[in-house]
Design a protein around this ligand. Structure first.
Ligand SMILES: Cc1ncc(COP(=O)(O)O)c(C=O)c1O
Length: 378
């Protein structure tokens, strides 16, 4: 089966993990510190603004806490979002407010967010769909004018930039995921960006039991090393040196990963442009850099579903991300969102990952052509 996403882990990562084993310290330590430092430098921000954590979902839940969001507040997010983002809002005791998206980019816009703003709106969680940045000038201006917090779910946009600035660093908080299906994979793990060092310090405490003092070997103060104090009821949601050692290697390889993904994206564009029954993803403007996390095509709903089944039978797995959250009954939201609904019925994400070979890409393209011949012009 050709997978839609797949990690690219090699001997460099294995060697780095071996070294962690040999160091006899596999918990959170100096390698995690190194990974945070390297990731901050990749983003182009000060190191003190960045913290690692167990996963991106944890970062989304944490962001509600860091912004003091609770009952009586409202938080907006595009309906085409990851389920964990809406769960984070709901866990703060409020019903998520879903907004619409552009039906071609599947990104939300300042206009769609503004439609949902009320005096109770405290924050908005945006997503850079498939790694293509949202139109950040307009969104930043809107949240500034309306005095609402901006959280960027940057799980799709590990290397994306808008006018040279890294996605995830425009708002109050940004979170990246390194789970098994992402571009940069550490097994599980994530990174959090905070606009101020004070918030980053609070985040660090909330992520590590609320501890204000270091204990054990790293404690050089006069008091007994088993004594401690806390400043909040923090959880324990940290990355360890095994995952971080993988992260350091993956981050080094990231430019190559993105190059390979760009080539596959361009190859699909060129090869599929002759098919008049499908639409290619919108062209990426020159002032944006994508991470090429998704490659999506759009066609009529019945054709989309048939194509997905046909490809699966040929051993090619496709999917649609992200199932509209306003269709998830559990959230109890029924307001229609026409663009999100149309996009959800017509969009199909094709396999794209750095381990995909040219032969596999050709097989996918040929299968799409065969489908066109077999089903559309029999
Ligand atoms: C857009 C988006 N946000 C957040 C997450 C959650 O990431 P994690 O698995 O690290 O919690 C995912 C995971 O699929 C995602 O796709």
């Amino acid at each position: 089966m050709i997978h839609v996403f797949q990690p690219a882990l090699g001997k460099e990562e294995l060697k780095a993990v071996k070294e962690v084993f040999e160091s006899n310290w596999v918990g959170k330590g100096k390698i995690t510190d190194q990974f945070e430092e390297n990731f901050a430098s990749h983003l182009g921000v000060r190191r003190e603004l960045v913290r690692s954590l167990s996963c991106c979902t944890e970062g989304l839940f944490l962001s509600m806490e860091l912004l003091g969001i609770g009952p009586g507040d409202e938080v907006i997010l595009p309906s085409i979002s990851f389920v964990g983002a809406a769960n984070a809002i709901a866990s703060a005791g409020i019903q998520p407010t879903f907004c619409d998206v552009d039906k071609r980019t599947l990104n939300t816009t300042a206009g769609f967010i503004e439609e949902k703003i009320t005096p109770k709106t405290k924050a908005v969680i945006i997503l850079h769909y498939g790694g293509v940045p949202c139109l950040m000038d307009e969104i930043c201006e809107l949240v500034r004018d309306k005095r609402i917090a901006l959280i960027e779910d940057s799980a799709c946009s590990v290397a994306s930039r808008y006018k040279g600035r890294a996605c995830g660093t425009f708002g109050d908080l940004g979170v990246w995921s390194f789970d098994a299906m992402k571009i940069l994979v550490t097994g599980d793990g994530a990174m959090l960006y905070c606009r101020t060092p004070e918030v980053a310090q609070r985040a660090e405490k909330l992520l590590y039991l609320g501890l204000t003092t270091r204990s054990g070997l790293s404690n050089s103060v006069d008091t007994k090393w088993w004594e401690f104090e806390i400043s909040c009821y923090g959880r324990r949601a940290i990355m360890n040196d095994i995952a971080s050692a993988i992260g350091v290697e993956q981050l080094r390889k990231l430019p190559d990963f993105i190059n390979r993904r760009r080539k596959i994206h361009e190859y699909y564009n060129q090869a599929l442009s002759k098919l008049d029954w499908l639409q290619l993803p919108p062209q990426i403007p020159a002032y944006m850099e994508s991470s090429y996390y998704f490659y999506w095509i759009q066609t009529q709903p019945e054709i989309r579903d048939q194509l997905a089944k046909y490809l699966r039978e040929k051993g090619i797995y496709t999917t649609f991300r992200y199932y509209p959250l306003h269709w998830v009954k559990f959230y109890g939201v029924t307001t229609p969102l026409p663009n999100a609904e149309e996009a959800a019925r017509s969009t199909l994400c094709l396999p794209i990952h750095q381990s995909l070979s040219d032969e596999e890409v050709n097989r996918i393209i040929e299968s799409i052509y065969d489908f066109g011949k077999d089903f559309l012009n029999p």
